[in-house]
Design a protein around this ligand. Structure first.
Ligand code: ADP
Length: 614
């Protein structure tokens, strides 16, 4: 990068003015001393005129200096200031040069020495005072020294000739040294100027970079703020979704509870209707109706399960229990259905292990997986296995069925997601089984995994903790298969008391039970039941009571009061539309059987068949 010549020239002129003070002071002092030295010998009027000229010139140059100081120092204006200074220097040179003509007398060695000395001194001083600006330097040097050289040479004698020659050599030397001083000053100024410009351009580069960085930084900050806002919105949306889901689940729980009552009567009246249908056509239609009701009940059960799991009302009862019997019960229950498809269902040889879990809920998980395996397998077998992996156990439900496409594996656990049932044929599942498995796996802390190969089969696994010791756990309620349970006239006139605050359920139950040969006493609460049993009380063979009765009364209390009245531990069944823990706990405390509404007549028959003495 080159330097700007104007800027360098301007800088040189600034240096020139910077020396003005000492230069004028030297003029004043030297001039005064010279006048004092010559006062005795020379014509005094000349000295006076010369002295006045010097004083005037010093004043003029001082004024110029002051004006310069007060003006603005823009580079472009400085050459003019340089010319003004040069003019002053030239006048000064001429004034000093005039001393050789005015005061040097050939026969007076003192004047010769004094004038030569003063002019030589002033010329040497011009080196530092003026050489920064060559026109001023040259002007001063020429006008101050050349008259002296001329005067010395004009005197013609040997001494003056030698002095003239010496003065010439001196002037030439001064010129050379002045020029070289000027050149190095110029070079220095050029370098300084280049540095300044370099610095300025670097500075502007740095400023530009800094501005870029600041802009990038603020963009980044904006982005962070934006992202935080998005995350907050996402959190809020998630929380809202969770709330909405819980509200939906609460609604479902309430709705499904309310649906159970009428459904119960529908089941019972279906059964009652059977005896009034004379021909096979009518019975076939009834069978379809019952199937529809069964699907409705299954859907309701699953929906309620999902919603209860969602609102966390399911409490777990963790115990240690042997695993094999549980798996055995499940496999046995699915054996008959599998057999109709020509499938084998079995348990692979497994160690006698105990696990820690909630037996009921774990059973539900395995049952759902086995049900799916049987449903989605047309040939081969369904095998339940149990492997030890370190201190964990893994239950595997393996099938040789249709398999699941890889891209569906992540979605099958979503509620109502089915891989291939676009027409939503309910006989092909409801799409809730795995959703329940997934929720239970979270509640119980059992990891569930699936691997599958399309066309070859699937393996669903549940990982759980091995229990340290064996502690017995209650057996799982036997699952009754839906089928025609014919108990004929099993009742043989034995009495069953039915307590329910819903007249439809009462009438339906009475109808069905009377068909089976029972005498039925119906009551809307304990008081009515006791009144109807009379005094002395007749002894019923069984009490079937709804759990939640009017005025805050419960079915367990009703059964207990009938027991007290009749003086025997009459068997009791709690038939309820509620699925909460309170009801289950109450029933098991009193050793009553528990049935959930709606029960089909098949289920009811199954239970009665297995109750001793009923
Ligand atoms: P569904 O009532 O439809 O069986 P699930 O939630 O239990 O509902 O299962 C969801 C879907 O996952 C099923 O519709 C089926 O496509 C697929 N699936 C589940 N288990 C298996 C299996 N063992 N083999 C093949 N596909 C399965």
């Amino acid at each position: 990068m080159g330097s700007d010549p104007l800027a360098v020239t301007a800088e040189r002129i600034r240096v020139l003015y910077g020396q003005a003070g000492p230069v004028l002071a030297a003029n004043l002092i030297n001039g005064s001393l010279m006048l004092a030295a010559l006062w005795e010998g020379a014509a005094q009027w000349r000295l006076t005129v010369w002295g006045s000229g010097l004083a005037l010139l010093i004043l003029l140059r001082a004024s110029l200096y002051i004006l310069y100081r007060q003006s603005d120092h823009a580079d472009a204006k400085l050459p003019a200031w340089g010319r003004r200074y040069t003019a002053g220097a030239a006048l000064s040179g001429a004034l000093w040069g005039s001393t050789a003509v005015l005061f040097l007398q050939g026969d007076d060695p003192l004047s010769l020495m004094l004038v030569s000395f003063v002019i030589g001194g002033m010329a040497a001083g011009a080196m530092t005072g003026l050489a920064s600006h060559l026109p001023a330097f040259y002007g001063f040097l020429a006008l101050s020294v050349l008259p002296l050289v001329g005067r010395l040479l004009s005197l013609g004698d040997r001494l003056h000739l030698i002095m003239g020659a010496m003065m010439t050599v001196f002037v030439v030397a001064m010129l050379v040294i002045g020029r070289s001083y000027n050149r190095s000053l110029t070079r220095g100024l050029q370098l300084a100027e280049e540095n300044r410009r370099l610095l300025a351009s670097r500075e502007s580069e740095v400023r530009a970079r800094t501005a870029d960085l600041v802009a990038a930084n603020s963009r980044l900050r904006d982005e962070i703020v934006e992202r935080q806002r998005a995350e907050r919105a996402l959190d809020e949306a998630r929380a809202e979704a969770v709330c909405a889901n819980q509200a939906k689940s609460r609604f479902l729980a309430a709705a499904s509870h309310d649906l159970r009552q009428p459904m119960q009567s529908m089941f019972l009246f279906c059964q009652a209707l059977r005896y009034h249908l004379p021909d096979d056509k009518g019975r076939a239609a009834l069978l379809m109706l019952e199937r529809g009701l069964n699907t409705l009940r299954d859907l309701l059960d699953s929906l309620l399960d999902v919603s209860r799991l969602d609102v966390n009302v399911t409490r777990t009862k963790l115990t240690g229990f042997p695993l094999r019997p549980l798996l055995g019960e499940i496999v046995d229950a699915y054996g008959p259905i599998a057999a109709t498809k020509g499938l084998q269902v079995g348990i692979a040889p497994m160690p006698e292990v105990h696990v820690t879990s909630d037996r009921h809920l774990l059973g539900r998980m395995v049952r759902n997986l086995v049900e799916n395996a049987v449903r989605y397998t047309e040939r081969g077998q369904v095998t339940v296995a149990c492997r030890s992996i370190d201190d964990k156990l893994r239950i595997e439900v393996c099938d040789t069925g249709i398999g699941i496409p890889a891209e569906q594996l992540g979605r099958i656990f979503e509620e109502f997601h089915q891989v291939a049932n676009p027409e939503r044929d309910k006989s092909r599942g409801l799409g809730l089984g795995l959703a329940i498995v997934q929720r239970l796996s979270v509640i119980l802390g059992h990891r569930v995994e699936v691997r599958s190969e399309l066309g070859k089969g699937s393996v669903f696994s549940i990982e759980l903790d091995r229990a340290a010791g064996a502690s017995a756990a209650p057996g799982m309620a036997a699952e009754e298969a839906d089928g025609d349970v014919d108990i004929g006239q099993q009742g043989q006139g034995k009495m069953i008391v039915v307590v329910d605050d819903d007249p439809m359920v009462l009438l339906g139950l009475r109808d069905v039970l009377e068909r089976w040969g029972y005498e039925v006493v119906i009551a809307d609460g304990a008081d009515q039941a006791l009144a109807r049993l009379g005094s002395p009380a007749r002894r019923p063979a069984l009490v079937v009571a709804d759990y939640r009765l009017r005025s805050g009364r419960v079915g367990t209390e009703a059964i207990e009061r009938i027991r007290a009245l009749s003086g025997t531990a009459v068997p009791g069944i709690i038939l309820t539309g509620e699925t909460g823990d309170e009801c289950r706990n109450e029933a098991s405390q009193h050793s009553f059987d528990l049935l959930h509404k709606p029960v089909s007549s098949h289920q009811l028959a199954f239970v009665l068949k297995n109750l001793a003495g009923v």
